[in-house]
Design a protein around this ligand. Structure first.
Ligand code: ATP
Length: 297
């Protein structure tokens, strides 16, 4: 199987290493295993262009994204449309998806694992026309990421990023008011935290978020119980400890689809860690087994 490895030169780990040393290492590992691979370095919009090009190439069976969750998420649209298989070389900062499927975080080990990986169907979440593998969030969380990433882009440390994120939330504290419609009925909510995940979340290690499975065919819906900053702090502390299923500061539900009509016409939303302003209403659903993904044997 010929693979195309498209490496995001702006992903966290790549920024901290020499990109040429990284590509040499990858070709040495794959060459020694007889894995035919095209290794492509790109950044920004060029990532998208390279993914589209590889998706059109009939000789390529699998697209390996070297980057973080954001790069993986942005590649979904093209990979799904092409019917090809997606793989991940974890070069981001958090690498939630790579951890979820058990990919080693070491570059050489991950390359070896990918060469022997198996194709497994996985569910894909969708909000309007955007796909996601992990989650989409409204409220304080996208505010946190936006402020954190401003500092991270200037090469701030993990701690500096986290502090900037918290101060961003404090400065722009905003309640999400919305009407939710689901197969179970309608509800009006006012909360500082609304998260829709691809399958239900379970308790994880600190700073991580793991799903119970990636083929359950459902969305997890998590709504912060409180609108006040103290409740949000409690929720955030529990989430930082990796507590999702047992997080008492959240209402939790499981469903196949959800409509979110926010009071704000174009609220901030984070999708697999990428923040943008998106126009509502928001229709969430889950596409069971829509993605063929390379997972460790
Ligand atoms: N197809 C694409 N088009 C435009 N920008 C992209 C594309 N793919 C990735 N990027 C950008 O590249 C940057 C690096 O993202 P990525 O999520 O891979 O790394 P990270 O932020 O270090 O990782 P993590 O999400 O694991 O914390 C992000 O700003 C992302 O928006």
């Amino acid at each position: 199987m010929r693979i195309a490895a498209i490496i995001n030169a702006r992903a966290g780990t790549v920024l901290r290493m020499s990109p040429s040393a990284m590509t040499e290492r990858l070709s040495a590992v794959w060459g020694s295993l007889g894995q035919d691979a095209a290794i492509i370095l790109a950044e920004g919009k060029d990532m998208g262009r390279m993914v589209r090009k590889a998706c059109r190439d009939p000789d390529i069976r699998a697209i390996i994204i070297g980057g973080g969750d954001g790069s993986l998420s942005r590649a979904l649209e093209h990979v799904l449309a092409s019917g090809k298989t997606l793989g991940v070389l974890p070069l981001g900062t958090m690498n939630y998806m790579a951890r979820q499927i058990g990919m080693p975080l070491d570059l050489a080990q991950a390359a070896v694992t990918l060469a022997g990986a198996v194709q497994t169907p996985m569910d894909v979440g969708r909000v309007n026309d955007r796909y996601f593998l992990i989650r989409a969030c409204f409220g304080a969380f996208p505010e946190f990421i936006q402020s954190r990433d401003r500092v991270r882009r200037k090469e701030g440390s993990f701690l500096e990023g986290a502090l900037a994120g918290l101060s961003g939330v404090a400065r722009r504290y905003r309640i999400v008011e919305a009407e939710l419609s689901s197969p179970g009925g309608r509800a009006r909510i006012a909360t500082s935290f609304l998260m829709i995940s691809n399958n239900l979340c379970r308790d994880s290690d600190p700073f991580l978020l793991e799903r119970e499975r990636m083929d359950g065919g459902t969305l997890g819906v998590y709504v912060g119980r409180s609108t006040g900053p103290v409740g949000l702090m409690e929720l955030g502390l529990q989430a930082a400890m990796g507590r999702w299923a047992s997080n008492e500061a959240l209402f939790q539900g499981e469903m196949h689809w959800l409509e979110v009509q926010t009071e704000q016409r174009k609220p901030l939303i984070s999708i697999d860690g990428e923040v943008e302003k998106m126009e509502g209403p928001f229709r969430f659903d889950i596409l069971p087994g829509a993605l063929s993904m390379l997972v460790p044997k």
